[in-house]
Design a protein around this ligand. Structure first.
Ligand code: ADP
Ligand code: ADP
Length: 234
């Protein structure tokens, strides 16, 4: 689960806090969406929960962020493998290279961890199947549709078996068919019992799949409720 308490963060070059005294919890197996307009602090929050902000960005942080009871300020990024995974907005920031097949791409993180070969297969095949990628497992990632590429990015994190996943605007570059694929993948993550923080631009329909929606505005949480309560007038 995710617990954020009285958290504020300012980038090294920031003139005002990107996040300002925010607090929320996302319980085990919960799907929580974060919506807000440009500059609201959504990407910053994705980085905070996945441990890259402020570890990789620098800047000034106050308050506490815990994932599965571990304080992120005291946890090196390497200590978060298998706990929290970030799926980036553009899958090609994450996909490592055209020389790999889809299957090899999904194997990449496990290889880096030194996971034994039979365990790799035992982990990869179900993920390919669950995400509907089994039929394209031997293709190049570059031959996939945009939606399938996003599923691949999700799969290469899912195979690491994190208990918490952060998805940063996973459908922002997708057409309706790609949106539908990612929507189904959210259902798969829920079935697997993954706690999900789903970052979405305001108005995007994907947030309606969430158990709960947080609305960010200029670094502050201005609403926290069910999709019906929070998205009612949009
Ligand atoms: P969103 O994802 O909702 O568009 P961001 O988290 O990207 O919002 O940005 C929140 C605020 O932090 C904005 O004012 C933005 O200009 C600022 N910001 C984002 N990234 C950086 C950075 N690397 N350095 C300085 N300021 C940043
Ligand atoms: P767009 O403006 O629609 O993003 P691009 O040509 O940049 O157009 O990307 C089209 C699709 O191909 C996107 O899904 C993108 O993620 C993916 N893509 C990005 N870089 C590459 C690449 N080097 N080779 C093949 N596909 C790529």
């Amino acid at each position: 689960m995710i617990e954020v308490k009285g958290f504020s963060f300012t980038y090294p070059t920031g003139s005002r806090p990107a996040l300002c005294d925010i607090g929320f919890e996302v319980g085990p197996r919960e799907l929580c969406a974060v919506v807000g307009g440009s500059g609201a602090g959504k990407s910053t929050l994705a980085g905070v929960v996945s441990g890259t902000v402020p570890h990789l960005t620098g800047g000034t942080a106050q308050g506490a962020v815990q994932v599965n009871g571990r304080d992120l300020a005291d946890t090196p990024l390497s200590g978060l493998v298998g706990e929290v995974g970030l799926v980036m907005q553009n899958p090609f920031n994450q996909i490592s290279g055209a020389r790999f097949s889809v299957r090899e791409e999904i194997a990449f993180g496990l290889e880096n961890l030194g996971v034994p070969r039979d365990e790799m297969v035992a982990r990869i095949d179900p993920v390919l199947h669950d995400l509907g990628l089994a039929g394209v497992a031997d293709r190049s990632p570059y031959e996939l549709s945009g939606g399938q590429q996003q599923l691949l990015a999700i799969g290469s994190i899912l195979v690491m078996r994190p208990t918490v996943m952060v998805l940063d605007e996973p459908t922002s570059q997708l057409d309706a068919a790609g949106n539908a694929l990612v929507f189904e993948a959210l259902g798969t993550l829920k079935e697997k019992g993954v706690t999900v923080l789903l970052i979405e631009h305001r108005m995007e329909r994907l947030a309606r799949a969430a158990d709960r929606v947080l609305v960010l505005d200029r670094g502050s949480i201005v609403a926290n409720g069910t999709p019906e309560e929070v998205l009612a007038d949009e």
